[in-house]
Design a protein. Sequence first.
Length: 561
Amino acid sequence: MAEPLLQPSFSQPAPSDAAIIDHLFDLTSSRNLDVMLGKALRMTIGLLGAEAGSAMFQAQHLQTVRSGAFRQEALERIQQWEEAIAHRLHRNDSYLAQTAPVPVSLSRLSGSQLLLINIPLVQETKIVGSLSFVLPPGRELNKGQRQLLERLGRGLGQLASLVADLELAQRRLHQISLFYDVGQALVTTFDITKLLSETMELATSVIDAGAASILLIDEVRDELVFKVSHGTRGPTLREQRIPMEEGIGGWVARTGKPVIANNARSDTRFSNRVDVRTGFLTQSIAAVPLKIKGRTIGVLEVLNKYSGSGFNQEDIQLMTYIATQAAIAIENARLYEQLREEQEHLVKTEEDFRRELIRNLTDGPVHLLPAIGMGLDHLERLSSNANPEVLRNEISALRNLVRQATREAKNALFDLHPFILEKQGLAAVLKQYVNQLRHANKFTIHFSEVEQVTTADSKVSSAVFSIIHEAITNIERHASADNVWLSLESQQGRLVVTIRDDGQGFEVDKVTNEAGRRLWFGISNMQQRAALIEAKLTIDSRTEPPQRGTTIQLVLTRTST
């Protein structure tokens, strides 16, 4: 329905009852509080023949709407009334209108003889705002107009409260819809920087702020790092750092508590370091912690609330929801990155293993096969007239070559896939492996085990065997050991594997250099496989007698079955 074309003229006749009813129906169709208050003002100005009017209402924040041409002295007096009412509303001083009618205040300006009217707006029994009007000089209110204004104060107060509640419900429904979309995106994508940037843009829009940032904690350097920012200072803040003990953001990160500072520069916790770097003027700030499983990993902060009332607890609740979703997304992204790195490491490990297998086959059985072939050719030439003793020696030499080639081929295949592991278990495969080591004659192997070794599943057994194999391979290549001790035992239902040698030892923290790279690769493989089965791996190595040598211990944290 079109807005009423009522003019605040004293000479205009009063609107008919039908026109008033039409205006009231028009008010009830309003879904916006400012629009509804403006219509109510213009309607009442027309009813009273007033010069101007002002409406004030306390919703989420104080809203004021004015209409008409105010004379200066009248506007000043109305502002005084409204400030007094606003002060009581701000203090939540719920002075009540328990008696009917609602009192109408009148004041005559002595100089101009203007009549000023103030009517409280009442929701049930609580005053929530006011209507004020300026009547021309000499104008008086009759009894009917006064009664109309009293009823109007109650009706418009109730209607304004309903419209404000509807606005709030619609806004929260819209926010929930947006947050649902953000939540869905946060848990289904790993482009974390782009997603968090869009989330910060949403935060500034929903909370009506000038800027927003997410800062993450760098525990190594004890600093906060700006991960993403939205607003005019955003591009200059990327990867900027501030000390953890500095600023409101640092306070939130240290305490894990939210904070509101609507006059930021008077807050003793505030630091202007970032403002100096960016040229941004921080006037108000609200900040909440980003938490995962009770641990604070960062801070979400928004700056400079556009509305004059500043940040409030509703903003903190909205920010806490956003921070929760953002923290989940950051943690998911971190886990995804770790998984990706582990996958890349496993791919590299498999590639290196294939190269190692090829090298072992080339240096072992493949290298021996030509020697065996040449030996057979030589034996064929000798067979016609050679001395039987010479033939026996040649055959014995060939037999040894064949046995060596067979053993090395079996070792290579065994390393690739110990097939009896799945059928007979870890104990059986270790016995076979130890027998192979004893035939190699590189060192003396001492093996002890519990009667029955069981683990949760074949994957765990395979990982345990791979770690043992890697450890002993490193001993063969690098330790120059005379003895190796391999033991398996059960401690409180958990499998404990120990590999110890009396070799030359090494400095564990220095094997990442060029000379120790191959050794470090083997250690890294063991650590990765231990992590995959949630086992604890410890390495102790000493280069000086009498305790020279290396001890590697693997403890399964899962109870054996």
